[in-house]
Design a protein around this ligand. Structure first.
Ligand code: M6R
Length: 364
């Protein structure tokens, strides 16, 4: 039941502090309990040298985030591809590579076909990060990590995505012990996972502010999301959410690509949503946003106070809580979930069951 909430989507957004904590405790931290992946996990993890991630939609975005994390913190090559492309192309064999599928339902036809069609010996082993126990991907993969999101009813994926990201951080820790992940980084990551539910609560506390800015989107037909680094896939996820439930055409670009095309679209009717944490790429992003502003674009900037953005006539700053760099893609995601939810509410669309979409895509 939806309980006190008007929609499953809002309920599921609000469940995130709890289900994120449950996914963290399922992993048996502070040391990762590797048997939760399967009896054979330790032997497989010892040999893994690279990861091939295959997924669809929101789960694919989780894979894109993981690529930034695994390559930055472990120097481990990580390749990510949408399942519908991966399954139909001739692929080069990659030695000692783990095939990692990510899927809320565990039943997505293309992701399942990718696993089933992998050539014998093409991969070292398969691992799935899934939310539904005993689903096809869970039954057919060598190793499994079960996100503890609980049933997700809303077609737009929310808590499944953020718990997938936690699953990927747990995997990072499991590999990290073998690949010499800096002890300080490991400690930092454990602390960050522990404070994550509170950080998400702090984002939820911004609900009224996000609802207020959402009113400005009612008449819009297009929106542009920008992010850099690991926040580029977060921008992609934000734009997917907006288009799914509010039917506003939304695109996401790495901010550095602005000048290579999308800037031509920017005028006073184009809201530009920026994911702007206070990181080493902030100054680069700031100059991209200046370019948007000087062309009359209206800016919605999700940023912590330290980033120094100020609201003005056509700049709307949504304050983000301070949180650890490694988990902050999760907190920014929650803010963007709320934005699309409230835009959809203003537009009166069917939030939980957007037109033309199914919760689980079991045919290609
Ligand atoms: O169950 P899966 O995670 O495999 O589903 C993949 C996509 O169909 C799914 O994430 C879809 O993109 C959602 N509607 C996004 O909100």
């Amino acid at each position: 039941s939806k309980g006190e909430f008007d929609h499953f989507m809002l309920k599921e957004i609000y469940e995130q502090p709890r289900v994120l904590a449950e996914t963290v405790s399922y992993a048996g931290l502070p040391t990762v309990d590797e048997t939760i992946f399967g009896d054979n996990a330790s032997a497989v993890f010892d040999q893994v040298e690279a990861i091939q991630i295959v997924a669809c939609g929101t789960s694919y975005h989780a894979g894109m985030v993981a690529k930034y994390w695994f390559e930055q913190h472990l120097g481990m090559p990580c390749y990510v591809e949408v399942a519908s492309e991966f399954r139909y192309r001739a692929r080069a064999k990659r030695p000692n590579t783990l095939l990692l599928t990510i899927s809320q339902s565990g039943e997505t036809a293309d992701s399942l076909a990718a696993l089933r069609d992998a050539a014998p010996g093409e991969f070292l082993a398969s691992l799935v990060i899934a939310n539904v126990d005993n689903s096809a991907l869970v039954r057919e993969s060598d190793l499994v990590f079960l996100t503890q999101a609980g049933p997700e009813i809303g077609v737009a994926s929310t808590k499944a995505f953020t718990t997938q990201l936690v699953g990927l951080l747990v995997l990072l820790l499991a590999f990290g012990r073998r690949k010499g992940l800096d002890a300080e980084v490991q400690k930092q990551l454990l602390l960050a996972l522990r404070s994550l539910p509170d950080n998400v609560e702090a984002v939820l506390a911004q609900r009224a502010r996000i609802e207020a800015v959402s009113e400005r989107f009612i008449q819009k037909h297009h929106a542009l999301f920008l992010g850099r680094g690991v926040y580029y896939p977060i921008a992609l996820e934000g734009s997917l959410k907006l288009k799914e439930i509010s039917y506003i055409h939304a695109e996401a670009y790495p901010a550095g690509e602005l000048k290579h095309g999308p800037l031509a679209l920017v005028d006073e009717d184009m809201p530009v949503i920026a994911v702007a944490p206070n990181d080493e790429l902030l100054e680069k992003l700031r100059s991209n946003l200046e370019e948007v502003r000087s062309r009359g674009g209206e800016l919605y900037v999700f940023a912590p106070e330290e980033a120094g953005f100020e609201s003005s006539d056509r700049v709307h700053v949504i304050n983000m809580p301070h949180c650890d760099a490694i988990t902050s893609p999760i907190t920014y995601t929650v803010a963007l979930q709320l934005l699309s939810y409230y835009v959809a509410i203003q537009k009166g669309t069917d939030v939980d069951k957007p037109r033309n979409l199914a919760k689980s895509v079991t045919v290609e």
